[in-house]
Design a protein around this ligand. Structure first.
Ligand code: F6R
Length: 239
């Protein structure tokens, strides 16, 4: 696992976008594992710029996102599908039919989890997986628990995650209580992992994930065992 620190959010985002662009240039039909949240917004901004200015070509790329709220349709303003459309998909030439997220309206989340894992497997896994990290060490919505969960599965969100995500909703009561997330199997199966963390508040969990005990109480810590994982950190939140 490689750890890199950056002076600014901007510089971290540029480097993250460069890493993703390098994968796409080397393999035009790459499968990109993508994340939502505040942290990757700068990375997506740079990818859009590279598409516009340098002709970075997404026409053969496939994307698979980590997670989606349960109960929200993709058209909902706070759905992760909507987030991805706003920050990346509609600004680049990715084929909309090759952009995948778990279905937040799935009637049977366990069945949806199996379908999603089969999809990722049929794509041959992801070439690079972009990740943020929650204040409690979650990746995707794999919250701290007693054991690492391998398949894509439904989760009850941790109260700290609901509080942290309330900033995107009119009130905390509107934040969905459940989500469906890629499990550790699909995340860890990525050929390359890029985890980003920004802001002083993330420093202690970042260090626990990068150098602390490997435990499902800090879900991101398992990435210490990945053969090609990079952890990027900046104190700058970029606001
Ligand atoms: C989002 C996701 C989450 C976030 C994490 C950090 O798809 O999987 O694990 O990466 O909650 O969120 P931000 O970047 O908003 O601090």
């Amino acid at each position: 696992m490689k750890e890199q620190r950056f002076a600014t959010y901007e510089e971290m985002s540029r480097q993250a976008a460069e890493a993703i662009a390098a994968v796409v240039r080397a393999k035009p039909d790459a499968v990109l594992g993508l994340a939502t949240g505040s942290t990757p917004v700068g990375t997506y901004r740079h990818l859009v710029r590279m598409h516009r200015e340098d002709g970075l070509d997404f026409s053969r790329v496939t994307t698979v996102n980590l997670d989606e709220y349960l109960g929200l349709p993709g058209s909902h303003e706070q759905s992760y599908r909507h987030f991805m459309e706003e920050h990346l998909f509609r600004h680049v030439n990715v084929d909309p039919s090759r952009t995948f997220l778990p279905d937040g309206l799935a009637e049977d989340p366990a069945e949806e989890g199996r379908r999603y894992d089969a999809l990722v497997e049929s794509l041959g896994g992801t070439d690079i997986q972009l990740l943020g990290i929650g204040l409690d060490g979650h990746i995707g919505f794999n919250e701290p628990c007693d054991e690492f969960v391998r398949p894509t599965h439904a989760v009850d969100l941790d109260p700290s995650t609901i509080r942290a995500n309330a900033r995107f909703f009119a009130s905390e009561s509107e934040v969905p209580r459940r989500a469906i997330t890629m499990g550790m199997g699909a995340i860890f199966g990525a050929r390359r992992i890029l985890l980003l963390a920004a802001g002083e508040a993330k420093l202690s969990i970042f260090e626990a994930a990068a150098r602390g005990a490997i435990t499902p109480r800090v879900p991101a810590s398992i990435l210490q065992l990945h053969p090609d994982a990079s952890f990027f950190f900046t104190r700058d939140r970029g606001e």
